[in-house]
Design a protein around this ligand. Structure first.
Ligand code: PBG
Length: 311
């Protein structure tokens, strides 16, 4: 009877699995801070897609580690870079049952690790970054991304990307905007995984202040007005109030990202025998869904899909 009247249901089809595609990897290389995850060469991604399809999850979110970095992150738009290579491998292998999402940001591709172009004074040049993001998004769309997901937090990037895509006859490609992305300590393990920690300063000039909730609604409204098809709140667990407020205000599909630090913390506690990993993972995902997320990006995606099926 409890199942019959449950207000919240988790379904594998709402889960998205992040994947790290590494141009320098010749075989999967385990990521110590993200148990169960690896940096993989592009040709390995169809195998991950097969597992994702078998698990019934909704999609993959691809991040790239380039062969070489430069100060403008030009590698993000290289058609032979890790993400376009993986997308083309997927186009040849996997069917349409999996949504292929490409993360769009410069931080994995810049020597300084910031998400935008840096001026001589050491500030982020918002407007100089926009064409670089737009051309990266176009490269991924051309390689077969169904959705491009800008995570850089520059102002105006959704409009710049939409214009670039439409101009290139790619109007079918959707935009998932990381609209309310907070300057969070929970990104630590990801920055190891993607080798994108800033070499100086922090991301507080472009990512959001954790103290602000209303500002998130303004950021989301701006991204939707610029043409975002879906929006994201990130991280998820510490920002459930933001998810709930955004759900009440906006009708567009809402994604929440349970980030690397949220995943790693649960794993670390479980490894000490302090919590039950399976129950804690499903409880955290249920909380995110209950708050109002339609889509959840999570490193638990594959395992959680199996656990949901066993319940
Ligand atoms: C890149 C990006 C980050 C994450 C997703 N895209 C790192 C950051 O902003 O520092 C974090 C994801 C995670 O922690 O799982 N801009």
């Amino acid at each position: 009877m409890r199942d019959l009247v449950a207000e919240t249901r988790l379904d594998p089809s709402m889960l998205i699995l992040p994947v790290f595609v590494d141009a320098n990897a010749t075989a999967p290389t385990e990521i110590a801070s993200l148990p169960g995850h690896a940096r993989v060469p592009a040709r390995e991604v169809p195998r991950i897609a097969e597992r994702a399809i078998a698990a019934g999850i909704g999609g993959l979110l691809l991040f790239g580690l380039p062969g070489e970095k430069d100060d403008r992150g030009e590698g993000a738009a290289d058609p032979l870079g890790p993400v376009p290579m993986a997308l083309r491998a997927l186009r040849d292998a996997a069917g349409p049952e999996l949504v292929r999402i490409a993360d769009v940001c410069l931080c994995e591709y810049t020597t300084h690790g910031h998400c935008g172009v840096v001026t001589i004074e050491g500030a982020i040049d918002n407007d100089a970054t926009l064409p670089l993001l737009a051309s990266a998004a176009r490269t991924y769309a051309e390689a077969g991304a169904d959705v491009v997901a800008p995570s850089d937090m520059m102002d105006g990037r959704v409009a710049a990307i939409r214009q670039e895509l439409d101009g290139a006859n790619l109007s079918e490609t959707a935009i998932l905007a990381y609209s309310a992305k907070y300057a969070s300590s929970f990104y630590g393990p990801f920055r190891d995984a993607a080798d994108c920690a800033p070499r100086f300063g922090d991301r507080a000039a472009y990512q959001m202040d954790p103290r602000n909730g209303r500002e998130a609604l303004a950021e989301i409204a701006a991204d939707l007005a610029e043409g975002a098809d879906m929006f994201m709140v990130k991280p998820a667990g510490p920002y459930l109030d933001v998810i709930a407020a955004a759900r009440a205000r906006f009708d567009a599909p809402l994604a929440a990202y349970q980030v690397s630090g949220e995943y790693a913390a649960l794993h670390a506690a479980a490894a000490r025998g302090w919590i039950d990993l399976r129950r804690a993972a499903l409880e955290s995902l249920t909380g995110i869904a209950r708050a109002g997320a339609d889509v959840i990006v999570t490193y638990f995606a594959l395992e959680a899909a199996a656990w949901i099926g066993e319940r």
